[in-house]
Design a protein around this ligand. Structure first.
Ligand SMILES: O=P(O)(O)O[C@H]1O[C@H](CO)[C@@H](O)[C@H]1O
Ligand code: HPA
Length: 287
């Protein structure tokens, strides 16, 4: 089920009729990371249920609010809660807000997620700058760009080898070092699965061998849609738990731990993102 350009535009126009804020930066908050939205000043807030065509948030840790405001003077829009494949929505519906971002005038998207660590050097609480992804549902034919292509959004066959903006990765690394986060700042490859069941031990071992450093159930679909319509992308994973790779381990992945780690690291993650936003302005690296 695809949304037409006109349907997306109707939603964007509906939002723009109710706020004067014209965001250039769009932020998506991962599980337990919605506190980022609270940093915005002069907020105009919409509940997802009130926005035409919008899905509803159904996952604990995803508030279901679209927050407009300014972050250190920069106009932003922030999804306090995202949608996931396992909630039962068609993939085009969970990525609809990204196209709305584009039609609102956003040119840079910052995404966060909670993820399980596969890289054995990673620790719980590490923040991983995403440098690439592996799209498992895509291998099975579940890609958000399946269906008719509207050239007003982008080309039929978008490139993904440049999906994660290198300049923004570099900038985030610099900002992280300056903030004293060097000890827990990493970079790596994120693998998306459809969830909602967490991975088996054999699956974690396989994903690690395939080159994934972290595993989760989101973000990649949003990245694909954002790149398709020409927005720059920066994404961060908070390593909320270690993926279980060993049959002797007593560890069990669970959403409570995911939310708990989010709480513990939220302050640093928020500072990293908000400082990055200021630096985007100072470096004037907008297209
Ligand atoms: O990716 P976000 O939205 O941060 O959420 C992550 O946390 C949930 C599992 O605890 C899954 O939804 C997974 O994708
Ligand atoms: O271990 C995980 N696996 C999948 N998704 C997740 N989101 C947070 N942690 C995990």
């Amino acid at each position: 089920m695809s949304y037409t350009y006109e349907e997306c535009k109707a939603t964007a126009d509906w939002l723009m009729a109710q706020t004067d804020i014209r965001p250039r930066i769009g932020i998506v908050c991962g599980s337990g990371l919605g506190g980022l939205a609270n940093l915005l000043k002069d907020q105009v807030v919409f509940n997802y249920r009130d926005i035409p065509n919008f899905p509803q948030s159904t996952v604990h840790g995803h508030a279901g609010r679209l927050v407009f405001g300014t972050l250190k003077g920069r106009p932003c829009v922030c999804m306090q809660g995202r949608f996931h494949l396992y909630e039962g929505y068609p993939i085009q519906k969970i990525t609809l807000p990204i196209r709305i971002f584009k039609l609102l005038g956003v040119d840079t998207v910052i995404l966060t997620n909670a993820a399980g660590g596969l890289n054995q050097d990673f620790k719980v609480g590490d923040i991983m700058i995403m440098k690439d992804h592996i799209n498992m549902p895509g291998f099975a034919g579940n890609n958000p760009l399946s269906g008719p292509n509207d050239e007003r959004f982008g080309t039929r066959f978008p490139c993904m080898s440049d999906a994660y903006d290198r300049e923004l990765q570099q900038l985030a690394m610099e900002v992280g070092q300056e903030l004293g986060y060097g000890d827990f700042l990493r970079e790596g490859v994120y693998c998306v699965l459809s969830g909602p069941s967490f991975e088996t031990i054999a699956e974690c071992r396989m994903l690690h061998r395939l080159g994934a450093d972290a595993v989760g159930m989101s973000t990649v679909h949003e990245v694909i849609v954002a790149r398709h319509c020409g927005m720059r992308v920066f994404a961060l994973s908070l390593i909320t738990n270690q993926a279980v790779m060993d049959y002797d381990s007593e560890e069990k992945a669970n959403h409570e731990e995911v939310l708990q780690t989010g709480k513990q690291r939220s302050e640093q993650l928020e500072r990293l993102v908000s400082t990055l936003v200021t630096r985007i302005e100072h470096n004037n690296i907008y297209a």
